[in-house]
Design a protein. Structure first.
Length: 161
């Protein structure tokens, strides 16, 4: 019994200072890693939003070609035509990877052709919980997607991507 007690006394382990140093190193790694991870998520959300704008552009062009120059009035109509994914565009307005998609469509009249405009804005545009920083805009009269980093919806006058 005496030998067992001596063995416990001779064992070395971590002392409190060593444990505190390990915890401080872990906290430092988390403090550096979380903002970088959030930045990568925001960049991924923005890339997905830009790609989805391109997909909607293609779908609207295809739809107009089959419907005498009229654009689909809603995302649900584009889903019905088989062009957009029903899982992503099930809500109105759809929210995809932290971006809200809104579309405005005008029917053709005797003097002007059909028109649609697409705004894509982050759900949360600033702060630590931001889902993205860039806002996107496209309409049927433009040749390129417009974008802005300002905390406002993008417009036709903003620079192209």
């Amino acid at each position: 019994m005496k030998n067992t007690r001596q063995n416990f006394k001779n064992q070395e382990g971590f002392n409190l200072i060593e444990l505190m140093i390990v915890i401080a190193i872990i906290a430092l790694l988390i403090g550096v890693g979380v903002p970088a991870w959030q930045g990568m998520v925001r960049a991924g959300n923005e890339t997905t939003a830009a790609q989805t704008v391109s997909t909607v552009r293609t779908c609207q062009s295809s739809y107009a070609g089959r419907h005498q120059g009229k654009f689909a009035p809603t995302f649900a109509e584009l889903v019905k035509s088989g062009c957009l994914d029903a899982d992503k565009f099930k809500a109105e307005p759809p929210v995809i990877n932290g971006y809200i998609f809104t579309m405005k469509v005008e029917e053709p009249s005797g003097t002007k052709p059909a028109f649609y405009a697409l705004n894509v804005d982050p759900q949360v545009a600033d702060g630590i919980q931001a889902t993205g920083n860039r806002h996107f805009y496209y309409d049927s009269t433009l040749g390129a997607v417009k974008t802005t980093d300002e905390n406002r919806p993008a417009k036709a006058e903003d620079p192209s991507m």
